[in-house]
Design a protein around this ligand. Structure first.
Ligand SMILES: [Fe+2]
Length: 455
């Protein structure tokens, strides 16, 4: 806070007439100087007999010279200066509170509906940049498998700066271990400073505490020598507390999502196991479908339902008897009619699970044909949901290229030829074009590799 200026104080419009009245009533003269002895005011016939200090919080800001009568003027100016100081402190405190409330309000509004940890980190960084003096900021979260903190969002760091923090190592590692926020205004003289990290002069580091457990830290620094204050640390800690709650919620949601998708995938695989010759069909259809969806620039929501639809497209086969589903010779008309029912059975099963509703069009209509000659509803063109049109191409391509006990699969070139041939009749030509534009071979190899599926 800037010091009170005696020069400005005595020039206050409301004070000047009162001041002269006081000097006149005291029947004396007076000379007022600032702390360095510069003359600020003098009345006629003034003499510098005795100096009386004017102080604020124990610090001399000027002098009142004259007879002993002017001591009262020095006391009055001291009182006014102290009052001015208190007023400024109050204004500053109110402003800080206002900043804190605004920050909290903005943060709560932004992160309350956010269920993605990286997005929460991005919002927190955005807010920190708006409020604090900083040149870099990073949000680090605990990786429970490796027991190190990893950067999930950052701004302003030099390329190649270490992205992980071990417990107790460096300032951030120390805050992680202690769970207490810290200001370090001279980073390089701190014993915990790790050489080779950012060229930071001053920093604030706060723990991200969720249910009394430190799940990460927020590190904020400046490459210029600034002095972070206790008020700033308090506000920063508030931001970190809010971020921790939001990150904890988002990470719980992500775990739930992962469990949900794993359950869905396991369910689809269980059905697939009934027909051992189709090994990994579901996985390949999903990979091809996602590759096509990416080329067609589907929205995030459509990509999610495409993925679910592709994984569950044949879930209805659970309702088809083994002697029909696993028959190795040609199907009779009646048997084919039974097989066709799997599209509607799939809809019936999935309609009972609210979280999977968006996958129903892909499941029910993946055997519709672009020309209206498919099943179960004989839909045409864009009446068929985009996810179903994509799954149809992916499913057919995989069926064509897979060996069955009663026939060998087509070569890739032959299968590509079939897709071209039936583009516009069986398949949506736009989807077929996207299939060729997509790096399908990459998806083909990815689907046949042993890598873990990441939803
Ligand atoms: Fe099917």
């Amino acid at each position: 806070m800037a010091p009170v200026s005696l020069s400005k104080l005595i020039k206050k419009r409301a004070l000047t007439p009162l001041f002269y009245r006081l000097v006149s009533d005291l029947e004396t003269s007076v000379v007022i100087e600032d702390a360095e002895g510069k003359l600020l005011m003098a009345t006629d016939g003034a003499e510098r007999c005795t100096r009386y200090p004017v102080t604020v919080t124990g610090e001399v800001i000027g002098w009142v010279n004259g007879t002993e009568k002017v001591a009262v003027i020095a006391s009055l100016l001291t009182c006014l200066a102290e009052s001015e100081m208190e007023k400024r402190a109050l204004v500053s405190e109110t402003l800080n509170k206002y900043k804190e409330i605004t920050l909290l309000y903005d943060m709560v509004e932004k992160v309350s509906s956010c269920l993605d940890t990286k997005e929460v980190a991005r919002l927190v960084i955005e807010e920190a940049r708006r409020v604090f003096r900083l040149s870099s900021v990073a949000v680090l979260l605990l990786n429970r498998e490796t027991d190190v903190l990893e950067v999930v969002g950052e701004f302003g760091h030099e390329p190649g700066v270490t992205a992980t923090v071990s417990r107790g190592v460096g300032i951030a590692g120390s805050v992680w271990a202690s769970g207490r926020a810290e200001i370090v205004n001279d980073v390089r003289s701190d014993l915990r400073f790790v050489e080779g990290t950012d060229s930071i002069c001053s920093l604030m580091c706060a723990p991200l505490k969720a249910k009394e457990t430190v799940v990460g830290v927020i590190n904020l620094g400046n490459d210029q020598p600034v002095t972070y204050t206790a008020e700033e640390l308090k506000l920063f800690t508030t931001l970190a507390s809010l971020a921790a709650v939001a990150i904890d919620n988002a990470s719980l949601y992500e775990q739930l999502q992962e469990t949900f998708y794993t359950t869905v995938y396991t369910l689809a695989e269980t059905i697939e196991k009934r027909d051992p010759y189709t090994g990994n069909h579901t996985k390949r259809v999903m990979e091809y479908s996602l590759a096509v969806g990416k080329i067609l620039k589907l929205s995030e929501i459509d990509m999610a339902r495409l993925q679910l639809g592709a994984v569950l497209h044949d879930i209805g086969k659970i309702g088809i008897r083994d002697n029909v589903l696993l028959k190795e010779s040609a199907l009779t008309d009646d048997e084919f009619e039974q097989i066709k029912k799997h599209a509607v059975y799939g809809e019936e099963i999935i309609s009972r699970i609210s979280q999977l509703q968006s996958a129903i069009p892909g499941i029910k209509h993946h055997h519709e044909k672009f020309n209206g000659r498919g099943y179960p509803d004989g839909l045409t063109g864009e009446e068929i949901d985009i996810t179903a049109r994509i799954i149809s191409v992916a499913d057919s391509f995989d069926a064509m290229t897979t060996n069955r006990p009663y026939r060998s699969g087509l070569s890739l070139d032959e299968a590509f030829g079939e897709l071209r041939k039936y583009a516009g009749s069986q398949f949506d030509p736009i989807v077929v074009d996207a299939f060729f534009a997509a790096d399908v071979m990459e998806a083909f190899f990815a689907a046949n590799s042993r890598r873990k599926i990441i939803f």
